[in-house]
Design a protein. Structure first.
Lengths: 110, 124
């Protein structure tokens, strides 16, 4: 149950797009449709942003989108805004019926 | 509205036990799997355990297997995480989270609603 690998930090200017990668193995990301993404602001509980690779829950901005290729999933934030500054985590269902999170990415809006 | 409220956290010595509770409201608990997720101070999220809608299926992270037990009572709209043989590395905020997959034996995520968390501190 090794954590999925994410870049520790990313930054972008308002209006730009950034993409956060989430790399696992064929036993989790590569073999699962159940990949999700979470946003967490300091001192707050995480919030679901993307589920089942590329689906947005009701109320989540369409500036957030997800995709997957092989063992790597990605979250793209388009039109970066100040309120997007937060920590982001991916998660995947695994072949052993457990779940695993990514290492987390801190997004900074310059 | 959907709510999950954790309680039972506190300071405990290594080797002792603690039981966390997760009280739910605003949805039919018996239709949903539930997870426990933790976050050590300044660290990332770590999945801990899951239980299916009826309690039939339960799975644990390797580092808590044999020490932690997840359970539920749908009639009381409550879940628990019994934590035994606690270690300093178990120090974290513990969240309960609803599984958005709904009524299924296979609990896959996503975690669509979260509680506010309860802090567990294990002293050595």
């Amino acid at each position: 149950q090794s954590a999925l690998t994410q870049p520790a930090s990313l930054s972008g200017s308002p209006g730009q797009s950034i993409t956060i990668s989430c790399t696992g193995t064929s036993s989790d990301v590569g073999g699962s449709y159940y990949v999700s993404w979470y946003q967490q602001h300091p001192g707050k509980a995480p919030k679901l942003m993307i589920f089942d690779v590329n689906n947005r829950p009701s109320g989540v901005s369409n500036r957030f989108s997800g995709s997957k290729s092989g063992n790597t999933a990605s979250l793209t934030i388009s039109g970066l805004q100040a309120e997007d500054e937060a920590d982001y985590y991916c998660s995947s269902y695994t072949s052993t019926s457990t779940l695993v999170f990514g290492t987390g990415t801190t997004v900074t809006v310059l | 509205q959907v709510q999950l409220v954790e309680s039972g956290g506190g300071v405990v010595q290594a080797g002792r036990s603690l039981r966390l509770s997760c009280a739910t409201s605003g949805f039919t608990l018996s239709n949903y799997g539930i997870h426990w997720v933790r976050q050590a101070p300044g660290k990332g999220l770590e999945w801990v355990a899951l239980i299916s809608y009826d309690g039939t299926n339960r799975y644990y992270a390797d580092n808590v297997k044999g020490r932690f037990t997840i359970s539920r009572d749908n009639s009381k709209n409550t879940l628990w995480l019994q934590m035994n043989s606690l270690r300093p590395e178990d120090t974290a905020v513990y969240y309960c989270a609803r599984d958005g997959g709904g009524y299924s034996d296979i609990v896959t995520g996503p975690f669509d609603y979260w509680g506010q968390g309860t802090l567990v501190t294990v002293s050595s």
